[in-house]
Ligand binder design. Structure first.
Ligand SMILES: [Zn+2]
Length: 249
């Protein structure tokens, strides 16, 4: 087997893409509106904020956010990383353009997550943000809508996603690929944050075991077997990155 090249663990390992056609300010404003609504619901239900796992969540988020910052700035300025914790039953984790990562403590208890597994889930969400998957999807949508060449606002593009099932269907394979890319980015970010890759990857098996088969019209997530195989291929790189990171401390 060929030796892996030497890695500089403190430097970036992800290539950050650009989507100049998509207005980042409008995208983040839309995300803030969504988050504010969700936070309001959680607050009204007494489900906002951590209760059981505060130290673990804060430590995992701080370490992953530091690794994410080391990847460089997005066009238009740095990401303002912020964590929102809920105790809402059935809620898992999500990220919103602008740097918000939401985590539910219910997911941690339900899946009995270790800190490394939680870090992987936070890093996967951070991967979506760094790789700008929301902007990528809107950019793709913009290019496929008729009439061609008509520039639509972020609000119009979201309206298409709400009311145009065909548009959503065209995005299906892009969204599935985004999940694989976020797993890959998450594994590398987590390794750079100091978490052992094998200890993180077990999060996927736990999710697979608990996942009920929810057959929606549009399958936004790839099959778990595909995610596990994909992450398996990224493992040697992540192991090496983790080794180099740990050697520096
Ligand atoms: Zn995802």
């Amino acid at each position: 087997m060929a030796a892996l090249p030497l890695l500089c663990a403190a430097g970036p390992v992800l290539d950050l893409p650009q989507y100049p056609e998509i207005d980042r300010v409008a995208l983040e404003r839309y995300a803030t509106r969504t988050l504010t609504r969700r936070e309001g619901q959680a607050r009204a239900a007494g489900e906002l904020g951590c209760v059981r796992y505060c130290a673990m969540i804060e430590r995992a988020f701080a370490r992953v956010a530091a690794a994410a910052r080391a990847q460089g700035e997005l066009p238009g300025g740095p990401v303002q990383w912020q964590l929102v914790v809920t105790t809402t039953r059935g809620e898992a984790a999500l990220s919103l353009p602008g740097g918000h990562v939401l985590v539910s403590e219910d997911m941690i208890s339900e899946l009995r997550l270790s800190e490394a597994e939680l870090a992987f889930i936070i890093a996967h969400e951070s991967g979506h943000l760094l790789l700008q998957h929301e902007a990528q999807a809107l950019d793709f949508l913009q290019a496929t809508l008729l009439p061609r060449g008509l520039r639509r606002s972020v609000w119009d593009l979201y309206a298409e996603l709400d009311y145009n099932a065909g548009a959503l269907l065209r995005l299906q394979s892009l969204m599935q690929q985004s999940e694989l890319d976020a797993d890959y980015a998450g594994l590398l970010l987590g390794a750079q944050a100091g978490y052992p890759p094998a200890a993180m990857a077990s999060a996927l098996s736990k999710i697979a075991a608990s996942e009920q088969q929810r057959a929606g019209i549009v399958q936004t997530h790839p099959a778990m077997a595909q995610r596990l195989a994909h992450i398996g291929r990224a493992m040697p790189m992540a192991e090496r990155l983790h080794e180099v990171t740990m050697a520096r401390h």
